[in-house]
Design a protein. Structure first.
Length: 276
C-alpha cells in the first residue's frame, strides 16, 4: 500500500511539473512527437484552452453535421435546462455532500456499468478487459459494499476501459453517422444513439430494478456527471466563442479515442479516421 501511494504521489508531481511547461515548449514537443489516440475518462477535467485547441484543430472534413440547425436548437434547450436545473442542483449537491460521500456515489454508479463493460468487451474480442471488468464487479459488489468502495483497486485489479455498444459498433467498422444532440442526453451521433438502445436492453439492471428505481438512478447519474464535469462545462460556456462547436469537437474526438483505445492493433488493420 505504501509503495502504491508513493507511486501515486510521484506521478502527481510529474504531471504537475509537466503542466507548468510554457506553451511554446509544449507546442514544440507536440511537433516532434507522433500523434497518438488517447482515451479520456469521464472523470478527467479539461481546461477551456484545451477545449478551444481541440475545436480549432478538428478539421471540417471530419465532422458530419447535416442536422446542425436542429441540433443547435436542441443544444439551446439543453443549455436552458442546465442553467435552470442541472447547474444549481449540482452546486447544492457539491456544497451539501462532502467529497467522501460524492466519491461513494460515483463508485456505486460506475459499478452498475460493469456488466455492460464486460459484455461489450467480449463482443469486441477483448478478453483481458472482459475479465478485468468481471472481477472488478465481483470484488466491488461484495467486499466493496455494492460498489460503494473500490476494493478491486486495493487488491491490485487494474482499471478497465469503459465500453458500450456504441463503441462495439465502431470496433466492428460502423461509421458514426451524422452528429446528433439529444434532449437531456446531449452530444451523440447516429451510431451511439443506436448503441444506447442496445445497452438499455442488454443491461441486467434494466430487469433487476423497478421502473422508479431506474429513474432515480438515472437522475443521480446526471447530477453526479454534471458535478464531476462542472469545470469543463462551465469553462466552455464561459470562454468559447461557439460552445456548440466546441462540445461537438470534444465529443467526437473523445469517442474516436474510446473506440480505438484497444482496437488499433488486432481489430483494425490500419487506423482510418473515416471509419470512425
Amino acid at each position: 500500500m505504501k509503495i502504491r501511494m508513493m507511486k501515486f504521489w510521484l506521478c502527481s508531481l510529474a504531471i504537475a511539473a509537466m503542466w507548468q511547461m510554457p506553451v511554446a515548449d509544449a507546442q514544440a514537443a507536440e511537433a516532434k512527437a507522433p500523434a497518438t489516440a488517447v482515451a479520456a475518462s469521464n472523470d478527467d477535467y479539461l481546461s477551456a484552452d484545451l477545449a478551444e485547441d481541440d475545436y480549432l484543430n478538428n478539421s471540417a472534413e471530419e465532422i458530419s453535421d447535416p442536422l446542425e440547425r436542429l441540433n443547435r436548437g436542441m443544444f439551446a434547450l439543453n443549455r436552458g435546462l442546465d442553467i435552470v436545473i442541472l447547474r444549481p442542483v449540482s452546486q447544492v449537491y457539491k456544497f451539501a455532500v462532502p467529497e467522501f460521500g460524492r466519491d461513494r456515489v460515483s463508485h456505486f454508479l460506475h459499478n452498475l456499468n460493469e456488466p455492460l463493460v464486460c459484455l461489450n468487451s467480449l463482443l469486441q474480442g477483448d478478453p483481458q478487459n472482459m475479465f478485468v471488468s468481471f472481477w472488478r464487479f465481483v470484488f466491488n459488489s461484495t467486499l466493496g459494499v455494492f460498489g460503494l468502495f473500490d476494493i478491486a483497486t486495493e487488491l491490485g485489479v487494474p482499471q478497465q476501459n469503459d465500453e458500450d455498444f456504441g463503441q462495439t459498433l465502431g470496433v466492428w467498422g460502423m461509421s458514426t453517422g451524422p452528429y446528433l444532440v439529444l434532449p437531456l442526453f446531449g452530444p451523440s451521433n447516429l451510431r451511439d444513439t443506436a448503441g444506447l438502445g442496445v445497452d438499455y436492453v442488454t443491461d441486467p439492471f434494466t430487469y433487476a430494478m423497478e421502473s422508479h428505481e431506474r429513474y432515480q438512478v438515472a437522475g443521480v447519474r446526471v447530477i453526479d456527471t454534471r458535478t464531476r464535469m462542472g469545470r469543463i462545462i462551465d469553462d466552455v460556456y464561459d470562454s468559447s466563442l461557439d460552445p456548440y462547436a466546441t462540445f461537438r469537437s470534444l465529443y467526437l474526438q473523445h469517442r474516436k479515442a474510446q473506440v480505438t483505445n484497444n482496437t488499433a492493433g488486432d481489430k483494425l488493420d490500419k487506423y482510418n479516421p473515416n471509419r470512425l
